[in-house]
Design a protein around this ligand. Structure first.
Ligand code: ZN
Length: 388
């Protein structure tokens, strides 16, 4: 890969013909049309989030002569450059110069258009440090994979978008990475993360590919549509929102794709499901509320999903002591199941470490996790006892 360091390109040059697309949240072109600021593999502009602190910091740096770091361009052809690294900084500068946001100075909030001449000139005349790189697509992408952009590391989906850039990624981002998409609010009930950082695109790919995003993107890379992806993602979302009519915060970020595959052929009565979910939500013994949904989907059998609160050590010790004293008096085993058996263990006194606590009345049948409902069983018998 060939690289040339350029030190004579000014902010003014870069901002010549700058276009910012509000709808897509992207800086598009600069350098009089020669520069593509956001190639397909770049992420969306995020410096305007967080109240715009980051984009303001870029402008303040220019005014104070602080370096804003190296910028990398990929030389595609004689008259065509793409930003490899520096898109966020360039977009900040372009947005400021076109009065898209203001900075705070001694006179209050200042737009570029209203600034003193000398300050304007200072910004426009700032020279940037730019490396122009020339190489094959794979060289550039390999290299892009190894750099991190100023302070905000690329998340893996952003890397995959870079590696498999093409019409499929473009369409996928239009649908799933567009914060203006009206469906985002609905999706957010089940998927964690933000559109900007590719959370929905990644989840859609993850679900549709059954966890093989890399392969899926490689196979579909040159597809001219994302119909299958959209259809699958929407099927999962429609299924969850149909089965569980109440939206709970614990639903966010669960493995809905896997659960859809596992359970979507079973019939559920949403009203009944809702009543059961509410009951479980009110149960103080359930430690893992995230498990409630799959517990219900699976027919309310697998209590492991709920992490029902276990007996504490003090309770176990007290119950063990009482049970053992009684057993010794009778000359029987301190495991009540062993005591009624006919083998060699019927008089065995187990040590505390050889026993486990058990709910006399099972939790799933309403049994409490209290000393009254606790009995100690030898490990073998405890394991053998099914419904806990
Ligand atoms: Zn036993």
């Amino acid at each position: 890969m060939k690289t040339i360091l350029k030190t004579d390109i000014t902010v003014k040059d870069i901002c010549e013909g700058f276009v910012y697309n509000e709808l897509e949240g992207k800086g598009l072109f600069g350098l009089s049309g020669k520069l593509t600021i956001q190639p397909e593999y770049q992420r969306n502009y995020i410096y305007a989030s967080d109240g715009g602190k980051r984009e303001m910091a870029v402008i303040e740096s220019l005014l104070k002569d602080y370096p804003i770091g190296l910028i990398y361009f990929n030389k595609v052809s004689e008259n065509n450059l793409e930003v490899l690294d520096g898109q966020q900084r360039i977009t900040s500068v372009g947005r400021f110069v076109t009065d898209k946001f203001a900075i705070k100075d001694e006179n209050g909030m200042q737009y570029f258009g209203g600034m003193a001449k000398d300050k304007k000139a200072k910004i426009l005349e700032t020279k940037l440090l730019i490396y122009e790189c020339e190489g094959t697509e794979s060289q550039i992408k390999e290299w892009f994979k190894t750099i991190n952009i100023a302070g905000v590391p690329l998340v893996s989906q952003e890397l995959l978008n870079a590696i498999y850039s093409g019409p499929f990624v473009t369409l996928g981002k239009e649908e799933f990475s567009n914060s203006q998409n009206a469906n985002i609010q609905k999706w957010s009930a089940y998927v964690k993360g933000s559109a900007n950082r590719q959370a929905f695109f990644e989840r859609a790919l993850d679900w549709a590919s059954k966890g093989n995003i890399d392969d899926y993107m490689s196979i579909h890379r040159h597809d001219k549509n994302i119909n299958e992806l959209k259809k699958y993602f929407n099927s999962v979302i429609d299924w969850v929102s149909g089965v569980f009519i109440d939206v709970e915060s614990e639903m966010r970020g669960l493995e809905w794709g896997r659960m859809y595959e596992q359970y979507h052929k079973k019939a559920y009565n949403p009203a009944k499901v809702s009543a059961e979910a509410q009951k479980l939500y009110g149960d103080p013994y359930i430690k893992n509320r995230k498990g409630i949904f799959e517990y219900i989907l699976g027919g309310s059998i697998d209590t492991k999903l709920l992490e029902v609160r276990v007996f504490d050590d003090a309770t176990k010790k007290a119950v063990y002591a009482a049970q053992t004293a009684k057993a010794k008096k009778k000359g029987k085993s301190n495991c009540p199941h062993c005591a009624i058996g006919h083998d060699a263990n019927k008089e065995k006194i187990w040590s505390l470490s050889d026993m486990d606590a058990d709910h006399v009345a099972a939790w799933s049948k309403g049994g409490a996790t209290s000393a009254k409902n606790c009995q100690m069983l030898c490990k073998t018998h405890n394991r053998a006892k099914g419904n806990r």
